[in-house]
Design a protein. Structure first.
Length: 278
């Protein structure tokens, strides 16, 4: 079983992208999913990307994790807000949509990444992650992901867990876990009132267990000025010449964080000069 307390991560994401409560919940759940999967990778320098494309008004939701579980992400329409569901909860499923796919791309240093994709089940993220693990990875799992947004729009609690069964797990073990998960308190209530470690006690009630390791995770972006320059180098000569003629510095923002890199006309000319030299 793996558990994540992601309140700080989701708060940072909400601030960067100015997310509405619904967008923060969708992005936060996806960040938690990516972090849990990333931390399970065996490749030290590997990375993993979760893309949720459901055709809903929220647009695509993307989260990228390194092998330490540190993540970054973005959502297509962060300002989107929808009425609450009849049960008073944020309507993440409607925002994300259900007509699309849950896709995981693993980059483990090979020529091409490993990509697995399954049809969305609900757009609520946790159910979709569960279906992906069963259909694509052939691993029976139980997942829960949640984000609690406070009245001041700050993130009060965020996190989740994945429980995976070992091959040949007896039926009584499966039944006990299913009952524990069915009877447990609401995920965000546990995170808010008791903390992430309390999830072990509720999900694994009746089992002997101990925590093998704890890893700090954070919102971490991999952007840099050099990467921004590489992106500009993909523009054709005409586009670069047009920018140079305008004579104004160009600001390139990162889609994952609030960093912005400024490039002068001389910097852009340097790209053309390097291209000509080659």
């Amino acid at each position: 079983m793996a558990v994540i307390d992601a309140r700080g991560i989701v708060q940072r994401a909400r601030e960067i992208h100015s997310c509405s409560p619904t967008a923060a919940a969708a992005l936060g759940r996806t960040l938690c999913a990516a972090s849990l999967l990333g931390d399970m990778m065996k490749e030290k320098d590997g990375s993993l990307t979760v893309r949720v494309n459901g055709g809903g008004p929220l647009g695509p939701v993307v989260a990228v994790s390194d092998s330490e579980g540190c993540v970054r992400g973005f959502v297509g329409n962060p300002a989107l807000e929808l009425p609450l569901r009849p049960d008073g909860k944020l309507d993440v499923g409607r925002a994300v949509g259900r007509d699309g796919t849950f896709t995981v791309s693993r980059d483990i240093g090979l020529k091409d990444p490993y990509i697995g994709s399954t049809a969305l089940v609900s757009g609520e993220i946790a159910e979709d992650l569960t279906a992906y693990l069963l259909e694509s990875d052939q691993v029976p799992s139980a997942c829960a992901l949640g984000v609690l947004v406070d009245t001041d729009l700050s993130i009060r609690a965020a996190g989740g867990f994945i429980v995976q069964l070992m091959p040949g797990a007896p039926e009584e073990t499966i039944a006990a876990l299913e009952e524990n998960i069915f009877l447990m308190d609401q995920l965000t209530t546990v995170l808010d009132e008791d903390g992430a470690e309390a999830l072990f006690d509720q999900v694994l009630k009746g089992f002997d267990f101990h925590i093998l390791s704890e890893t700090p995770v954070c919102y971490r972006c991999a952007c840099s000025r050099d990467r921004a320059l590489e992106a500009l180098a993909c523009l054709d000569n005409g586009e670069l010449e047009s920018m140079i003629r305008e004579g104004q510095p160009l600001s390139v923002g990162c889609q994952f964080c609030d960093a912005a890199y400024r490039f002068s006309p001389a910097d852009l000319r340097g790209i053309l000069d390097a291209r000509a030299a080659n």
